[in-house]
Design a protein around this ligand. Structure first.
Ligand SMILES: [Fe+2]
Length: 453
């Protein structure tokens, strides 16, 4: 059964702006409007889902994903992928059954980038001054959540030992000379905050957390007053004058304690993981681009393609060794959630080919060997989420879950893979009668952490 409702759209303040107008227009097709980047403008509720294979019975909860939809009055030539309106897609699994799929606009806000379960809440989140939005179990927006503080991030890092969420928060419209390092406790309440002075206003998309440090990525994509002056809908640009650096803020330290180390020019959205080795170096595996928002101002994949690097920071000498781990284009890296900030062996990412995502990679960072799962002809993946098996004996003993768009049917499947062996066929596929657009990030949120209300 599919229930649908179409909503009025447009007129919203978006994360990267309430400005209207465009920096440039073009007759060439905008890749971030085409194919599976195109918007879904209907909210659906589907309750009789067809399943191939066998859904592991221990998976009881929701697979949630957030992403942007171009809506309202926009210039399709200059539309920027990051500025679309948030829509959360959720699929509930329970005891081997796929009980429902729902997609819902994120109400009254700009939160379009990630969706998490924390402190018993479901939250849609975004960077750059956007407020988190509380959602119900069935994904209706309840309202903006001020307990976390004004302006948050799309990538808080969970400390698996304490349940705290750590976040680097920038707000280009209101905080031009500093960012906020915010700690939220396991119950979801603001706990601590450190102001960090910054030269210029860098687009700080993510952070890392290790045993002793919070890691700050201060890379040369900054707020452009030229872009603002021309009314650009997305005002961040590559900045040759901004010196790239990575900062180690001692946890519970002050901004004056930050250990800054210079880097070669690059931009990175997403670390796979970071940890401290036995010598006290900080090891960071990170997806990095050579250039970002230099010539192509519509999305991340036009100027250069992302590769997986390892940065090893010596805090004593303030130097960084940069090594290529895998030069093949890839994005949306993830790892075992309980090993965030700790030594780990396996990471997972999605292959980038042009503007689509044909495979999932599993990186063995101990051997340097990578395996992959190819989605098949005309099928395109998204961020792979690792879920450990309840009785796991090994780091990779678990599942990879992702949405897969099939251009042959114009529909999407939820695909569940055996993370231990990507040579195996999918364990299960839940066939949706609708399409889930390429989006950004999501998570498996088990009922054991965020229960039905
Ligand atoms: Fe991201």
């Amino acid at each position: 059964m599919i229930k649908r409702r179409t909503l009025l759209t447009g007129g919203l303040a978006l994360p990267f702006l309430g400005l209207v107008g465009c920096s440039r227009s073009s007759n060439e097709p905008n890749p971030y409007m085409n194919a599976n980047y195109g918007p879904v403008d209907v909210e659906s509720t589907v309750t009789d889902l067809k399943v191939t294979g066998s859904i592991p019975r221990e998976l009881i909860g929701r697979f949630l994903r957030n992403g942007p939809n171009p809506t309202g009055e926009i210039d399709t030539g200059s539309y920027h992928w990051f500025t679309g309106r948030g829509m959360v897609h959720g699929l509930r699994l329970n005891d081997g059954r796929a009980e429902w799929y729902r997609n819902r606009y994120v109400g009254g806000s700009q939160a379009n980038t990630n969706v998490i379960g924390h402190g018993g809440r479901t939250l849609a989140i975004v960077e750059s001054g956007g407020m988190p939005v509380d959602m119900s179990y069935t994904l209706d927006s309840i309202g903006e959540n001020a307990s976390i503080g004004t302006g948050y991030t799309a990538h808080p890092k969970l400390d698996p030992d304490t349940g705290e969420l750590h976040a680097m928060c920038y707000d280009w419209a209101n905080l031009r000379d500093h960012i906020r390092y915010v700690v939220v406790d396991a119950q979801g309440e603001w706990s601590d905050e450190t102001e960090i002075p910054m030269p210029g206003m860098t687009m700080i998309h993510d952070m890392s957390l290790t045993a002793n440090y919070a890691v700050i990525y201060d890379l040369p994509v900054t707020l452009s007053f030229v872009a603002l002056g021309t009314g650009a809908s997305f005002p961040f640009r590559w900045d040759d004058d901004h010196e790239p650096r990575v900062g180690l803020l001692p946890r519970n330290g002050a901004a004056s304690d930050i250990i800054w180390s210079p880097l070669k020019p690059n931009y990175a959205y997403h670390p796979m993981n970071a940890y401290e080795d036995v010598q006290g170096n900080v090891v960071i595996d990170i997806v990095r681009y050579e250039r970002m928002f230099d010539q192509d101002i519509r999305g991340p994949f036009g100027d250069s393609k992302p590769r997986l690097d390892r940065w090893t920071i010596n805090p004593g000498t303030r130097t960084v060794s940069e090594q290529i781990v895998d030069a093949r284009p890839q994005e949306f890296p993830r790892c075992h959630p309980d090993l965030n900030g700790k030594p780990y062996r396996y990471g997972y990412s999605v292959a980038v080919e042009g503007y689509s995502f044909p495979s999932i990679y599993k990186q063995d960072l101990q051997t340097g060997h990578a395996t992959q799962f190819d989605m098949g002809a005309g099928r395109h993946s998204a961020e792979p989420v690792f879920i450990p098996r309840d009785t796991a004996q090994a780091e990779d003993d678990g599942y990879l879950m992702t949405y897969v768009f099939d251009e042959n049917t114009n529909r999407t499947d939820l695909v569940i893979l055996d993370a231990k062996d990507l040579a195996r066929p999918a364990l299960a596929q839940v066939h949706l009668p609708v399409r889930v657009p390429y989006g950004f990030h999501g998570n498996w949120v088990p009922d054991s952490t965020t229960a039905p209300a």
